[in-house]
Design a binder for this molecule. Structure first.
Ligand code: NAD
Length: 481
């Protein structure tokens, strides 16, 4: 049966991508083909960037109050199509409907905060910096910005960027992940309905060729990236070498410290959700649990019991707690990590390799390793699946040493009832998303978001107030009349 071939959205119209090669998008729960995502390259990117460049001068001159009316309309449309967007997200990514709804909600909140641009874009003025001389710092948009998105939050991640960019008066080109293009197809249908002028928002479908074309295009002023760390570093280096602003959010290996004084029931519920929610395909997922001071028996037993109870299946069905991984290739990658863990001597406490679910889907069940040593591959590399490692330590100081030795530092959490332990953790931990009695230190639209060390390349992070610095230039005007 013929499947839909997706199109690009350029200059206010849906256009054939023209590229010969396509990525077949599949429903990860059944393996069924959903459509073909064209793998565009430099020609398609150039068409989108040129459209955005043409749209920039009039959009920049459009008063911010008028610009944000389109965001209010978009917010309204996203609410109207909320369930459809969540269902699309589940269909192409595999996460459960509840998880998709949660992520779409967080995406809508980005539009809400971006609509506050009239306040958030304000500059500063100081009278009489010298006799009769005043000084003002104003924010001005720069031109065309772009974003390159990952597969794991098909609806939400692009919304971390484009609402803010266009609220500031820039124009935009999005390249979604070729693995999950349908959610953004729907978002861009709503963008069209929201009446943004032609060329203000554009979407080009493709994989690494389209991404690389954006990084070197002379009319692109800045690039945001979310994905794996190796690509994040490449994106940051290439974009900055071509004179662009860049923020590149990379991969993760998140540590969770459990103190013996923790509210153990709540902690274990949270950790299970953190490790297995979204099938572990979350840059904020728990990857390593460090029970401190002799509580490892309770932690291990509690996690096994909870992980066993999770019902794995099609995320679109009610009663399912955990969906499949995104693709057959990614499933194989996770299975290879499990095999590696066994080969390197870790104890496989819970084996998720055989699951009672559709054999055509890309399922891996909750998996728990104990006796994991820091030098093992499963302790060092991001697995991006429902695989959790236990590494007990005697003291908080020893526990804090583990993430310090890890090159990635996206998120980390502590579970404790001791303010002193929480304060020490918050002070010492290098990850920039720090949770205290929180399993997933999630991004909030009104705060900034991004990791540290090998999890982030750049300086200004995504959304929150600092995004207004990323998307504008400060001009200082000194005047004497
Ligand atoms: P990925 O790096 O494979 O791909 C991300 C994007 O980059 C895609 O659009 C892809 O087409 C493009 N791309 C892939 N290879 C490229 C190359 N060589 N040159 C240029 N572009 C290229 O990541 P993914 O598998 O889609 O997503 C999972 C990763 O994203 C995980 O590592 C996860 O931790 C990370 N992630 C991080 C955050 C965060 O906030 N730090 C959030 C979500 C996901």
């Amino acid at each position: 049966m013929a499947v839909e071939r997706l199109r690009n959205y350029i200059d206010g119209a849906w256009v054939d991508a023209g590229a010969a090669a396509c990525h077949v998008v599949r429903n990860p729960a059944t393996g069924a083909a959903l459509g073909e995502c064209p793998l565009g390259g430099a020609a398609q990117v150039d068409a989108a960037v040129q459209a955005a460049a043409r749209a920039f001068p009039p959009w920049r001159k459009t008063p911010v109050e008028d610009r944000i009316q389109h965001l209010f309309k978009l917010k309204q449309l996203l609410e109207q199509h909320f369930e459809e967007l969540a269902a699309t997200c589940t269909r192409e990514n595999g996460k459960t409907l509840a998880e998709s709804r949660g992520s779409v909600r967080r995406g809508v909140q980005m539009v809400e905060v971006a609509a506050g641009a009239p306040s958030l874009l304000m500059g500063q003025v100081l009278e009489d910096v010298a006799h009769g001389i005043d000084c003002a710092a104003i924010r001005q948009p720069l031109g065309v910005f772009a974003a390159i998105a990952p597969f794991n939050f098909p609806a939400m991640v692009p919304l971390w960027f484009f609402p803010f960019a266009v609220a500031c008066g820039n124009t935009f080109v999005l390249k979604p992940s070729e693995q999950v293009p349908f959610s953004q197809k729907l978002v861009f249908e709503l963008v069209h309905e929201a009446g943004f002028p032609k060329g203000v928002l554009n979407m080009v479908l493709g994989g690494k060729d389209a991404a690389n074309a954006l990084l070197v295009h002379e009319r692109v002023r800045g690039v945001s990236f979310v994905g794996s760390s190796a690509v994040a570093e490449h994106v940051y280096r290439t974009a900055t070498a071509h004179g662009k602003r860049a923020q590149a959010l990379g991969g993760a290996k998140n540590f969770i410290i459990v103190m013996p004084d923790a509210d153990m029931e709540a902690a274990l519920d949270n950790i299970t959700e953190s490790a297995c929610g979204c099938a572990g395909e979350r840059c904020l997922a728990a990857a390593v649990v460090v029970p401190v001071g002799g509580c490892e028996g309770r932690v291990r037993e509690g996690l096994v019991a909870r992980m066993r109870r999770l019902r794995v299946g099609d995320g679109a069905r009610t009663g399912v707690h955990m969906g499949p991984l995104v693709s057959a290739a990614h499933k194989q990658r996770v299975l290879d990590y499990i095999a590696r863990g066994i080969a390197e001597g870790a104890e496989l406490v819970l084996d998720g390799r055989s699951v009672d679910a559709d054999p055509n889907g890309f399922f891996v069940g909750p998996t728990l390793f104990d006796r994991v040593a820091p030098e093992m591959t499963i302790a060092r590399e991001e697995i991006f699946g429902p695989v959790l490692c236990l590494m007990p330590r005697a003291t908080l100081a020893e526990a804090l040493e583990l993430p310090r030795r890890q090159p990635l530092a996206n998120a980390a959490s502590i579970f404790t009832t001791s303010g002193k332990a929480a304060r020490t953790f918050q002070y010492e931990i290098e990850a920039s998303m720090a949770g205290v009695n929180i399993g997933v230190a999630a991004p909030m639209s009104f705060f900034g978001f991004g990791g540290a060390k090998g999890s982030f390349f750049g300086d200004l992070k995504a959304h929150g107030r600092e995004t207004f610095d990323f998307y504008t230039d400060r001009k200082v005007v000194i005047s004497r009349w």
